[in-house]
Write a protein that binds this ligand. Structure first.
Ligand code: PGA
Length: 252
C-alpha cells in the first residue's frame, strides 16, 4: 500500500564531476517511479545540475533549508529557491544539523510547515542518542520530537510526510540497529502519529530507517512491516550500490 522510498544522503561529499558521473550511472538504472521513489539528496551547489540531468525515475533533494522565503540570512537557502530549480525533496532535522548547527525541534517544525507550504516533500529525521537508548528513554525522546516537530501540520501533510528513524548511535558507526529494534521504534513512531493525528493518515505516512544501512542489511530492514524505505549515507555514494538499494525496495 505504501510506495517504498530509498533516499541517498550524500552529506558533504563529491565534486561536481563525481556528482555528474553518479547521475549518469544511475539515471536509467533505477526502477520505475511507479514502484519505488528513488531520491538523491545532494549538496546545494550540485542541485541544479542534477535536476537538469535527472532521469524520469529519479528525484533530487536538498539536505536542509531555511524556513523563510527570503531575508537577511547570510549563507542560507530558502524553500522558494529550491522549488525554483526543480528540487522536490528536502531532509529536515538531520541529527548532524541538530547536533552541530543549532537545529531545534521548533526550527524543525517551522521548516516542515514551510516545506509543505512550498510544495516540497520533507524527510523528517528523528532519533535518540546512545545514552538515551541505554537509559530506556528512546520512546520519550522520539515522542517529544514528534509532538513539537509535527505541531500544526494538517492531515494531508502527514499523509505525504516521510519520517526517517535514525538512531544517532547507528549513523556512520557501522552499528546498525537490528531489524527488530528498528521495527519496534518505527512502529512506535507510527502509533504516536496515529495518536497525534489519526490512524488513517498514520498508515499512509512512510517511515524510513537510517543509520549504517548497507547492502547486507537492507533486505532484512525492508522486510519489517513498518519500514517503508531507507535513508542511506555512506553506502549511497557508490552509484552501483545505490541502484542495488533501489532494487532491494522492489521486493517490499
Ligand atoms: P550512514 O548515514 O548511512 O552513513 O550511517 C545515514 C544518515 O545520516 O542519514
Amino acid at each position: 500500500m505504501r510506495k517504498p522510498i530509498i533516499a541517498g544522503n550524500w552529506k558533504m561529499h563529491k565534486t561536481r564531476d563525481e556528482s555528474l558521473q553518479f547521475i549518469y550511472s544511475v539515471n536509467e538504472q533505477v526502477p520505475s517511479i511507479d514502484e519505488v521513489d528513488s531520491v538523491i539528496c545532494a549538496p546545494f551547489v550540485f542541485l541544479r545540475s542534477l535536476v537538469k540531468r535527472q532521469g524520469e525515475n529519479l528525484r533530487i533533494g536538498a539536505q536542509n533549508m531555511h524556513f523563510s522565503e527570503n531575508g537577511a540570512f547570510t549563507g542560507e537557502v530558502s524553500p522558494t529557491m529550491l522549488k525554483s530549480i526543480g528540487v522536490t525533496y528536502v531532509i529536515i532535522g538531520h541529527s548532524e544539523r541538530r547536533a552541530m548547527y543549532n537545529e531545534t525541534d521548533e526550527t524543525v517544525n517551522k521548516k516542515l510547515i514551510s516545506a509543505f507550504n512550498h510544495g516540497l516533500n520533507p524527510i523528517l529525521c528523528v532519533g535518540e542518542n546512545l545514552e538515551q537508548r541505554e537509559q530506556g528513554l528512546t520512546e520519550e525522546v522520539i515522542g517529544n520530537q514528534l509532538r513539537i516537530n509535527l505541531h500544526g501540520l494538517t492531515f494531508n501533510n502527514i499523509e505525504n510526510l516521510v519520517i526517517a528513524y535514525e538512531p544517532i548511535w547507528a549513523i556512520g558507526t557501522g552499528k546498525t540497529a537490528t531489524s527488530d529494534v528498528a521495527e519496534e521504534t518505527c512502529k512506535f513512531i507510527r502509533n504516536t502519529v496515529a495518536e497525534l493525528f489519526n490512524e488513517e493518515v498514520a498508515q499512509k505516512m512512510r517511515i524510513q530507517y537510517g543509520g549504517s544501512v548497507k547492502l547486507n542489511n537492507i533486505d532484512e530492514l525492508l522486510a519489517q512491516p513498518n519500514i517503508d524505505g531507507a535513508l542511506i549515507g555512506g553506502a549511497s555514494l557508490d552509484p552501483h550500490d545505490f541502484i542495488k538499494f533501489t532494487y532491494a525496495a522492489l521486493k517490499k
